[in-house]
Design a binder for this molecule. Structure first.
Ligand code: FE2
Length: 273
């Protein structure tokens, strides 16, 4: 399944007897990165990908058994048409001057790309070490248990693109209380929060199950809206995310000081179950 921003696909599902999360993939800058992953990290041999857009990939496994594919050379396709950009009038400025604003249909959100994925892992620190050492990810915000700054249990990791800006996180790691290894959620970027609020209403009309939203996370700053699919997977739309560069560093927080929603809704139990 493709989002509309130009990737050949963003999400692959296979029919099976029970729902199971297999893994995730990162696009690498050039073909040499595939060979380097084989030489340095014991990745599988390069394979030709039999999916839309072709390309070549190698596979690794993180410490939890998640398959992590590195892909290169997948053909992109033309981006689909977005909604006209929303110009928001406010007391500080009225840019939407002299026109009748066209209204959007109540419909599924237009999703532009896969932005990040959240994972339940038995050990945050062991998993973080692998993603830092093998993929070069950088922790943006990390939560520790009260009074023990070295006992870290949640983290939001971003790509290392040097001084180019990237999303606040591409991978979120949450240490599970029961040792569970699973996907927590998959998040796609919506055009803006007008699209998110309208998609929220649309999903309500279709009888889907809301998990949590609409709200705004404090770390990453993005507006979020989380729903379940019929297999109980959590899917999120997001917009208005923070963007950081390598030199922006890492922030460490006591988890008891963290509000998960700036707009102060409490995460329901079903967000973590
Ligand atoms: Fe998320």
């Amino acid at each position: 399944m493709a989002t509309q921003g130009g990737d050949s696909y963003s999400y692959v599902a296979y029919q099976s007897d029970e729902p199971k999360f297999i893994g995730l993939a990162f696009e690498v800058a050039d073909e040499a990165d595939l060979a380097q992953a084989i030489a340095d990290h014991g990745a599988s041999d390069v394979v030709e990908m039999d999916l839309p857009g072709g390309g070549r990939s190698v596979s690794l496994f993180d410490p939890n058994g998640f398959r992590v594919e590195l892909v290169h050379g997948i053909a992109s396709k033309p981006a689909l048409q977005s909604y006209p950009e929303w110009q928001m009038n406010s007391p500080l400025g009225y840019p939407r001057a002299g026109r009748f604003e066209p209204k959007r249909p109540l419909a599924p959100a237009k999703l532009f790309r896969l932005g990040h994925i959240g994972l339940f892992v038995p050990s945050y620190l062991a998993t973080q070490a692998w993603y830092k050492d093998v993929l070069g990810l950088i922790p943006s915000d990390v939560y520790h248990v009260p009074g023990q700054p070295h006992v870290q249990i949640v983290g939001f990791l971003r790509l290392d693109h040097g001084e180019d800006l990237v999303d606040h996180h591409s991978v979120a790691l949450m240490q599970s209380m029961d040792g569970r290894v699973d996907c927590h959620h998959i998040s796609f970027e919506a055009q803006d929060f007008e699209a998110q609020f309208m998609a929220h209403r649309y999903l309500e009309t279709q009888g889907y199950e809301l998990v949590w939203g609409v709200g705004r996370h404090p770390h990453g700053s993005h507006v979020f809206d989380v729903w379940r699919d019929p297999d109980r997977n959590r899917f999120e739309t997001f917009s208005d995310t923070d963007r950081l560069k390598k030199s922006d560093g890492t922030r460490i927080h006591n988890i008891h000081d963290v509000e998960m929603d700036v707009w102060r809704s409490d995460p329901p139990d079903r967000y973590f179950s």
